[in-house]
Design a binder for this molecule. Structure first.
Ligand code: ADP
Ligand code: MG
Length: 166
């Protein structure tokens, strides 16, 4: 049975908006892209001495297992020319698996739900557009509840109805 996975997309190098849109289109390689949130201009978290990001979240209906989905995400990152440099540093494109249905995954390569998603406004705001009622299977809170409880001061500005909702 296919599951709905939510993928966080981010770029802060080059044609940021184009990188996010192209990455979302490439997710068709993992299944049916069921939705793309608006794009958001967001303040960098962690290493602040870097350009601002464009972030979005995509919903993909996929029959791939989590490891296969990660492989697709990594190949999209390669395709769009991401060069791995410093952690939390500038990147052409970053794809993170936020949720994979209601499943949890914990391996050396993969942690799902993404361990930092619940504390990040740049993840929760776009995710709430697509899946306000989706339940975080570890915290047992919906996305809207997580957003209500969130204390993340980093600015997140929605750039209009750039995406499509399911
Ligand atoms: P970050 O996104 O934390 O800035 P990277 O994008 O460089 O860092 O990710 C490095 C590795 O994180 C990936 O190659 C992958 O093995 C691992 N990883 C663990 N959990 C996840 C997840 N939920 N989604 C994507 N990558 C993950
Ligand atoms: Mg990543």
């Amino acid at each position: 049975m296919p599951v709905i996975a939510y993928i966080g997309l981010g770029s802060n190098v080059g044609d940021r908006e184009g990188n996010v849109r192209r990455a979302a289109a490439f997710l068709a390689g993992a299944g049916r892209v069921a939705g793309l949130s608006s794009l958001y201009a967001t303040e960098p978290v962690g290493n602040r001495e870097q350009p601002g990001f464009i972030n979005a979240v995509a919903a993909v209906e996929t029959s791939l297992d989590p490891g296969e989905l990660l492989a697709v995400c990594r190949s999209i990152e390669r395709e769009l020319g991401r060069e791995r440099t410093v952690r939390w540093g500038p990147r052409t494109i970053d794809l993170d698996i936020l949720l994979y249905g209601d499943r949890t995954v914990s391996t050396d390569e993969l942690t799902i739900p993404h361990p930092l998603m619940a504390g990040r406004r740049f993840v929760l705001e776009p995710l709430a557009e697509l899946a306000p009622g989706a339940v975080h299977p570890v915290l047992r809170r919906t996305v809207v509840e997580l957003l209500r409880e969130l204390q993340d001061p980093h600015a997140v500005v929605r750039l209009g109805t750039a995406g499509t909702t399911p």
